[in-house]
Design a protein around this ligand. Structure first.
Ligand SMILES: O=C(O)C(=O)C[C@]1(C(=O)O)C=C[C@@H](O)C=C1
Length: 123
């Protein structure tokens, strides 16, 4: 069954905010929900720039820029390490996110090309 959200912790001592948080799993999840709002807002902003990046690509093969994608992942891992986030968590999250943005950008490019906007023709 799922853990109770209003019961005290079962072991250890609180680690966040110099031990001020957290007294219940509900309090933990309230903070995770607050951060997810920010993360999604930032991802939406990131997505608008990924959309913009498509305008600089001459053909669908250019959308997936593997060297840049790898550099983005490696940078996130280094930033994570400096910020106290597990680099493995950052790597997995960034690989999945960049993959999803590549698919998104491919869709943006394909739609522009089929409108006759992007100056690239399939065949
Ligand atoms: O930098 C680009 O060319 C982008 O299209 C952005 C982005 C990214 O999400 O950071 C997406 C696709 C490429 O694989 C590389 C990076």
């Amino acid at each position: 069954e799922e853990p109770a959200t209003n019961a005290p912790a079962l072991w250890g001592s609180p680690t966040v905010d110099n031990g001020a948080c957290c007294k219940t799993l509900g309090e933990v999840r309230g903070n995770i929900d607050r951060l997810d709002r920010e993360i999604v807002r930032l991802m939406a902003e990131r997505g608008r720039y990924v959309h913009e990046a498509a305008r600089f690509k001459a053909n669908p093969a250019q959308v997936e820029a593997p060297e840049r994608a790898e550099a983005v992942v490696k940078k996130a891992m280094a930033l994570a390490d400096a910020d106290g986030l597990s680099p493995k968590v950052a790597e997995a999250a960034y690989r999945a996110m960049v993959r999803a943005f590549i698919d998104y950008e491919q869709g943006i490019f394909a739609a522009a090309a089929s409108r006759g906007d992007a100056p690239w023709r399939n065949s």
